[in-house]
Design a protein around this ligand. Structure first.
Ligand SMILES: C[S@@+](CC[C@H](N)C(=O)[O-])C[C@H]1O[C@@H](n2cnc3c(N)ncnc32)[C@H](O)[C@@H]1O
Length: 219
């Protein structure tokens, strides 16, 4: 996992800037950003799905990066409190600075850690965008077993035919990403404990090969 930690410490700020801040990024990330429209749609659809559920609730975000989704969720859906966890110290440091700058210390807590090997705090809803993709099936199962919330929403990358997915494979290879996994809906469902009740998948061509899995009580 040390490889994974180093990779994300070196990658996450630039990856986020290529999508969210438009900051100064390398040529490869600038090129890759042209293929990342599905990630913008992913943010929108996840916010819309969470909106009816999270108001005044405790949200735990796994693999939160520098908290950009968490801050957007806070601004648009008024959750009670958000805890974010990520393996990258650089991302968590940036998230904590944003919290201080925005004077939101009573609303957010960000902590560094490898989610496959730490205990998870209790929450009402656990979420993760683009996080499960970096775990093996056994690790995904462990995360679901260790979670202490009734509801969840995660995105994952589906192993299906897609030109964008082949471009994504090339991108990961060029960046020497130490681990990334695509999985089928069936493989994902097999990782999720029956105590979560009915799980549902959301696909849309605007998500490309991305998929959302959740058990939110929404229609
Ligand atoms: C593709 S980024 C997504 C970041 C953020 N969720 C977003 O959508 O902007 C994946 C994130 O998962 C984190 N991550 C990967 N493996 C992890 C692990 N084992 N424990 C905690 N975080 C991890 C990375 O550091 C990175 O911030």
């Amino acid at each position: 996992m040390n490889n994974n930690r180093t990779y994300w410490d070196n990658k996450i700020i630039e990856w986020e800037d290529s999508i969210r801040t438009g900051g100064n990024v390398s040529f490869v990330e600038r090129l890759a950003s042209h293929f990342r429209k599905p990630l913008k749609f992913r943010t929108e659809i996840c916010i819309e799905m969470l909106k009816p559920i999270v108001k005044d609730k405790k949200v735990l975000e796994l693999g939160c990066g520098s908290g950009f989704f968490a801050f957007e969720l806070y601004d648009r859906c008024q959750p009670g409190r958000i805890t974010g966890m990520d393996i990258s110290a650089n991302a968590i440091g940036r998230a904590q600075k944003i919290v201080r700058d925005r004077n939101l210390t009573d609303k957010f807590e960000f902590a560094e850690g490898d989610i496959t090997s730490i205990s998870l705090p209790e929450s009402d809803v656990t979420i993760g965008l683009g996080f499960l993709d970096y775990l093996t099936a056994a690790e995904v199962k462990k995360v679901f077993d260790n979670m202490r919330s009734k509801y969840f929403l995660f995105t994952f990358t589906e192993r299906k035919f897609s030109l964008l997915r082949y471009i994504h494979i090339l991108y990961l290879w060029s960046q020497r990403c130490p681990r990334h996994f695509y999985c089928t809906k069936k493989e994902m469902a097999d990782c999720i404990d029956s105590r979560y009740g009915q799980i549902r998948f959301f696909n849309d061509k605007r998500l490309s090969f991305g998929c959302i899995v959740h058990n939110l009580p929404i229609s």
